[in-house]
Ligand binder design. Structure first.
Ligand code: KG4
Ligand code: ZN
Length: 334
């Protein structure tokens, strides 16, 4: 089946075309406008989506070398996300669906992130997925195409948010994740002994606000510490906290199969440490980087999975899940 996927929940306008699990086009317009504000400005995000969506859609159709009539299904993110931003994608999908006369499958953003693991791969459940991005940090147990159980979540900040806030504190700009990642390569990861947050317990939840506060306090007391040393030390501890909980999840579930998704999965230290798990007999699947950050292909994939198992969900009234902040995001238990 040929599926068009539309993602506009935050600050990336993306339209993709997949044919079963293979990606024929995945066009992403990342909104640069938010950089100067140090975070996503919801009003500007909607305006930019409106500006970009038509062009991004045309580019995707062109790259995929298809005609409109070749599309069998449209998948669109219905939430969680910024209300005005979601509305642009959903309205575009609806107009297009009417025009071509094909069904529309609404897709939960987090289900989309999980589905990125199937793109251009023959990876199948069961597995544990770490979803780590600017708005969410979760461990999800996936036992089937539509069987999800959230086994761990952040109780405060998302890990990507901690990267972004730390970068802001040491004047590195936004989004902070990629900048910290590259700056960390020039720093000493042992330079600052930040406490590893929220690991003296038995559960799988995360907490990152204490780490952020530790960076603030350190900055006040030792303003001379090199930003590269703060970046490297912060990254060691943040990634370390993720690793501890992943290992614990493997132990508690007995599932030795792990995948990752969300923007933070682009982090080089996390990827390196995850790949070391294979030495302990853990089967790892790291999706391509372009499928890890927000993109239309993952939404197309999740929509196709839904359609194959629950076709009745297509063309139901779309109820969006608007959020003020992406922190409210959590995958729905199905
Ligand atoms: O999934 P995503 O594109 O958007 C959502 O938040 O849903 O993730 C963006 C987040 C940002 O917080 C960004 O700083 C973080 O992913 N990120 C990274 C890296 N690349 C992106 N964090 C750490 N290291 C990276 N290389
Ligand atoms: Zn996301």
């Amino acid at each position: 089946m040929i599926v068009l996927g539309i993602e506009t929940s935050c600050d990336d306008t993306s339209v993709a075309v997949i044919e079963d699990r293979s990606v024929r086009a995945n066009v992403v317009a990342a909104q640069e406008i938010h950089r100067e504000f140090g975070g996503v400005v919801p009003e500007l995000a909607s305006r930019e989506h409106l500006e970009f969506i038509e062009k991004v859609f045309r580019a995707a159709i062109r790259d995929a070398q298809i005609e409109l009539n070749d599309i069998d299904l449209i998948s669109v993110t219905y939430g969680p996300g910024l209300a005005g931003a979601l509305l642009i994608g959903v309205s575009f999908a609806r107009g297009l669906g009417r025009q071509i006369g094909i069904p529309i499958m609404p897709v939960h953003h987090m289900e989309g992130h999980i589905a990125s693991t199937y793109l251009e791969s023959d990876w199948e459940p069961p597995f544990i997925a770490l979803l780590a991005s600017g708005g969410h940090t979760q461990l999800v147990r996936v036992d089937g195409p539509l069987q999800f159980e959230v086994i761990g979540s952040t109780i405060d900040d998302a890990v990507g948010e901690a990267f972004d806030k730390t970068a802001k504190l040491i004047d590195l700009g936004y989004p902070g994740g990629p900048v910290i990642d590259s700056l960390a390569a020039q720093g000493d990861p042992q330079a600052v002994d930040f406490p590893t947050p929220y690991v003296q317990n038995k559960h799988l939840d995360f907490s990152f606000s204490g780490l952020k506060t530790a960076v603030v306090n350190h900055r006040k007391r030792y303003p001379e510490t090199r930003p590269a040393d703060i970046a490297a030390s912060f990254q060691r501890v943040a990634v370390g906290a993720l690793m501890i909980k992943i290992k614990r999840a493997i132990q508690q579930t007995g599932l030795k199969r792990v995948t990752i998704a969300g923007g933070v999965s682009a982090n080089s230290e996390l990827r390196r440490r995850l790949s070391e798990l294979t030495d302990d007999g853990v089967e790892m699947h790291l999706p391509k980087l372009q499928f890890c950050t927000d993109n239309g292909a993952m939404i197309a994939m999740a929509g196709l999975n839904r359609y194959l198992h629950q076709p009745q969900l297509a063309d139901q009234p779309i109820r969006m899940i608007p959020t003020q902040s992406l922190n409210e995001v959590s995958v729905h238990a199905v």
